[in-house]
Design a protein around this ligand. Structure first.
Ligand SMILES: *Cc1c(COP(=O)(O)O)cnc(C)c1O
Length: 246
């Protein structure tokens, strides 16, 4: 990335932080209750490192600073290429794109959380590998709240059952739910999807899985709607890194 573009990243990150803080305030939520995940697909390593360094600098010396940013990659190949070069900055790294069964081992080597568990079959594959190595992996169950065919995720009607089955697997720790919101210019429609994810989370959390608290929802274009519906993680790409190449 050009030096100019790298300089922009810190300012854009500060603006994204300010949006999250304003959304928390408007929703009567505690400051810092929403974590910011940087969606880094197609962003070169120097761009990701700039964002993490800017975040560390902005938080330094401020006891009231929000939690550090998370890093989210969509493709296992990109995750595996970049993650080893971020180790010194120690971000929490999540997989936020679909996981094919033949990439499970690679993903486990680089991600601390898989947000895209959409079936018990995939969860079992992850659990088997984790149990074999004595590790516990954080997972979110991805739900397709909009019903759009192009979107991944469990059907909302099956999500509670799927989550409870996932939570029962040794080697996995169910932390909550993730969704990609409806592609719609109608805020009411987008919000309804986020509300549905929260209701699914509440049923699972209150139905015997008190650790299933996370709601990963909302992106650059609609994070305010997601925070209003209870998001605990918003995933932001273009607002920090600029438009992606097509
Ligand atoms: C790309 C991506 C994002 C971020 O999208 P922006 O609109 O660039 O903020 C969030 N979540 C997922 C799963 C993504 O693929």
């Amino acid at each position: 990335m050009s030096a100019e573009h790298l300089d922009d990243i810190g300012a854009r990150l500060a603006a994204a932080r300010a949006r999250v803080a304003a959304a928390e305030h408007d929703a009567d939520r505690a400051p810092g209750s929403v974590r910011l995940l940087l969606a880094t697909k197609t962003v070169p390593l120097d761009g990701v490192r700039s964002a993490l360094l800017a975040d560390a600098a902005a938080r330094a010396g401020d006891p009231a600073a929000p939690a550090p940013v998370l890093v989210g990659e969509n493709r296992v190949q990109e995750l595996v290429a970049k993650a080893p070069h971020l180790v010194d900055l120690a971000p929490e790294v999540h997989l936020i794109g679909p996981l094919q069964s033949n990439k499970v081992n690679q993903a486990l080597g680089a991600a601390g959380c898989v947000e895209t568990v959409d079936s018990v079959a995939l969860a079992e594959r992850l659990a088997t590998r984790c149990a074999a190595s004595g590790r516990v992996l954080d997972v979110l169950v991805q739900v397709n709240v909009s019903g759009e065919e192009t979107k991944h995720g469990a059907h909302p009607d099956a999500a509670v059952r799927t989550a409870l089955d996932v939570a029962a697997l040794e080697g996995l720790r169910l932390r909550g739910f993730m969704t990609v919101g409806a592609r719609s210019s109608d805020p009411a429609r987008v919000r309804a999807g986020y509300r549905l994810l929260r209701e699914i989370r509440d049923r699972v959390r209150d139905g015997g899985e008190p650790g299933a608290i996370e709601l990963s929802m909302g992106m650059s274009g609609d994070l305010e709607l997601a925070v209003a519906e209870g998001a605990t993680i918003v995933r932001v790409g273009s607002a920090v890194f600029g438009a992606r190449p097509l």
